[in-house]
Design a protein around this ligand. Sequence first.
Ligand SMILES: NC(=O)c1ccc[n+]([C@@H]2O[C@H](COP(=O)([O-])OP(=O)(O)OC[C@H]3O[C@@H](n4cnc5c(N)ncnc54)[C@H](O)[C@@H]3O)[C@@H](O)[C@H]2O)c1
Length: 282
Amino acid sequence: MSKISLSGKVIAITGGGRGIGLAIAESLMAQGAKVSIGDIDVALAQQEAKRIGAYAAHLDVRDRSSFAEFVAETEAALGPLYGLINNAGIMPMGYFLDEAPALADAQIDINFRGVIHGMQVALPGLLQRSSGHIVNIASLAGRFALPGSAIYCGTKFAVVGMTEAVAGEYRDSGVEFSCIMPSKVLTELTAGTEEAANIIPSVTPAQVANAVVAALQKPRLMVAVPDYLQAAHSAYTLIPAWLQQRGRRLIGDDRILSKLDRVAHAGYENRINQLAVKTKSL
Ligand SMILES: NC(=O)c1ccc[n+]([C@@H]2O[C@H](COP(=O)([O-])OP(=O)(O)OC[C@H]3O[C@@H](n4cnc5c(N)ncnc54)[C@H](O)[C@@H]3O)[C@@H](O)[C@H]2O)c1
């Protein structure tokens, strides 16, 4: 199968003001796509969009009408949508019983409900045109459960499952679906996890962006970054649960939290705590 050209295609990215989303925006611009960045931090999104030549608008993925407005604004500015990259997400770190209810709600609302909103808003147009691609940025934490981020894992397992189920419902529609599952990515989200996460392979935002571009060009449903972790997961599922648990205890599978450098992580934590305050009043 030949590669699908992304040149001239309208592709919207949620949470594209920084980190992985911004790297995806830059890679898509390099492919000649017309890129729209939606972010709750609209000032930052507009500043970065101006720098790379993309379009930007305000978006709060927790709010379905905000998503509908963002897609309408994107289409008015750039033309009919071809692709949607559901990337916005937050990852608090904390033991299950210590996690504030508002922060749990924020994760469910942004990481899971936000993806539902995006798919339900964008999909009808793509189906009508029998063409397009929805890419959901999940995580390897949606394949391997991570003690110290239980609710985050729950939201990412949910995104993996939902993507596969929806892809099944629309398998003959001409619309493609991909679920991208990165390992640890070097963004502000993982600041302070250097020692904590040395059992987890690290990748750059650019590597995730390359995987997204490749999945758009040659559609693939499940994509791990790095790629070999997809096979590692398949092998892991063949190991009996008691042996998985023994191995996890040996390597200290909660060290993302137990060895977190809280000072280095404070900037990220403050940023996402502000989102949790906003969730209460939605
Ligand atoms: N960094 C990692 O190690 C890693 C690993 C696997 C998966 N992921 C996933 O990749 C995605 C991006 O992560 P990142 O590391 O780039 O994070 P980041 O914090 O650097 O960027 C996330 C962006 O999303 C925006 N955002 C947050 N809430 C929003 C909302 N309600 N509406 C619209 N925009 C919102 C933020 O303003 C920010 O610009 C997330 O879904 C994350 O779970 C990250």
